[in-house]
Design a protein around this ligand. Structure first.
Ligand SMILES: [Zn+2]
Length: 172
């Protein structure tokens, strides 16, 4: 199964959805984009029960493009492949393809139900930029990275993780 991001659409700041995630992100949420796909992956299939109900977080880097997307975000529906158009941008890569194993260095896709490690990872990968991209994902068939270790999980297959929001948060 190949899943491609179709477009991303800002979630209005006045919505309950935005306000809930603003609290999740300790009031550091600047913009929240919902990612739509070319096909429905979760919700229309009989396998809905396999997907964990809770949200997981995946932090990554960006090329500086978040700056352009926090300016008046409420009016900007963006085609996924036109987010910034940079071939080298990790955020653009995820928007293009969802998660693709061929795009990551390790054997799986890592994420966490808590924000500490995804935030650190995003900060490291985002260099000097003041805003961090955190993808909010659904996942299934998850495995704990290190038993008894940090709260980090992974999936081995591309189709077992689906980013459904891109949160732009302030670096603390
Ligand atoms: Zn970019």
């Amino acid at each position: 199964m190949s899943v491609k991001g179709a477009h991303v659409e800002p979630v209005r700041i006045s919505t309950l959805e935005f306000q809930i995630y603003d609290i999740v992100f300790s009031k550091q949420l600047v913009a929240l984009y919902q990612i739509s796909y070319t096909e429905t992956v979760v919700g229309s299939h009989a396998d809905e029960a396999q997907w964990h109900k809770e949200a997981f977080f995946h932090g990554t880097g960006h090329c500086g493009c978040l700056q352009a997307r926090i300016t008046n975000p409420e009016n900007h529906m963006v085609l996924a492949h036109q987010w910034c158009g940079s071939m080298r941008c990790a955020t653009q890569g995820i928007l293009n393809h969802g998660h693709l194993r061929t795009m990551c260095a390790s054997n799986g896709h890592f994420f966490s139900p808590s924000l500490t490690i995804p935030r650190e990872f995003a900060a490291k990968k985002s260099g000097v930029h003041q805003h961090l991209p955190i993808f909010i994902c659904r996942a299934r068939n998850i495995t704990r990275h290190k038993p008894g270790g940090d709260d980090v999980y992974y999936v081995a297959n591309d189709q077992d993780i689906l980013p459904f929001y891109l949160a732009i948060v302030r670096r603390k």
